[in-house]
Write a protein that binds this ligand. Structure first.
Ligand code: HPA
Length: 235
């Protein structure tokens, strides 16, 4: 047990996939894992551990935003001995260089968030992915014939705001898309010497207002789930 996760010690795998949404964690566990066990449901943040092609994997919810993923990833790394966390989520594209359904393997997460500085004294607005998971995801994508793009993304603290302009921190760091969690995950992993990556599906194109419809959403995320699971076999 940790403060926010009620799993028994030893019941979380070395490799953890972290979607934002608890029901997405449940979906992955039920559709992709063999013998999934629900190991924590504190605050309805479901965590399941099971096997994928013989490898033990945990999938659980990060919640939304840097504060939430900051808590879950820290406890997974420090209380449960997780070595690798792959966030799997969605992002909004700032540019039509990206298209709906594109998969993005995050190179650097950039943010106005004070999380990294206040938590660990990490200065600057950009934090790279940590360790080998990023390149393993790219290699795995090539080997299974799945297209994936690498770029910097903006981990924003803000979903709703006054201006539609791309925020300065995103422009300055050449971020092609926005989500809300990778920065805190990478900061924790950097501080703790752990491995972290973030794989995102483009769910909306901000300048054109295109968006994946609610009924397309579940199916559209399957390639990302499969790539993260296949990459996990090599971690
Ligand atoms: N903003 C922040 N996070 C997101 C978005 C967005 O437009 N789309 C998907 N995740």
């Amino acid at each position: 047990m940790s403060i926010h996760i009620s799993a028994q010690k030893g019941s979380i795998a070395d490799t953890v996939l972290l979607p934002g949404d608890p029901l997405r964690a449940k979906y992955i566990a039920e559709h992709f894992l063999q013998s999934p066990q629900l190991v924590s449901q504190t605050r309805n943040a479901f965590y399941y551990t099971g096997t994928y092609k013989g490898k033990t994997i945990t999938v659980g919810a990060s919640g939304m935003g840097c504060p939430s993923i900051g808590i879950y990833s820290y406890e997974l790394f420090t209380e449960y001995g997780a070595e690798t966390i792959i966030r799997i989520g969605t992002c909004g594209a700032y540019t039509t260089e990206l298209q709906l359904f594109d998969l993005v393997n995050v190179d650097q997460a950039c943010s106005e968030s004070s999380f990294a500085q206040y938590a660990w004294g990490i200065e600057g607005t950009a934090i790279p992915h940590q360790g080998k998971a990023f390149s393993i995801i790219n290699e795995t994508a090539t080997s299974i014939g799945q297209a994936v793009k690498s770029c910097n993304i903006h981990s924003s603290d803000i979903f709703y705001r006054k201006s539609m302009d791309t925020p300065e921190v995103a422009v300055a760091n050449h971020c092609l898309a926005v989500e809300m969690e990778a920065f805190a995950l990478f900061a924790n992993a950097q501080h703790l010497g752990k491995t972290a990556a973030s794989l995102l599906t483009v769910s909306d194109i901000i300048p054109t207002h295109e968006r994946i419809s609610a009924d397309q959403r579940e199916k559209s995320l399957l390639p990302m789930m499969e790539l993260a699971l296949e990459a996990s076999l090599k971690l």
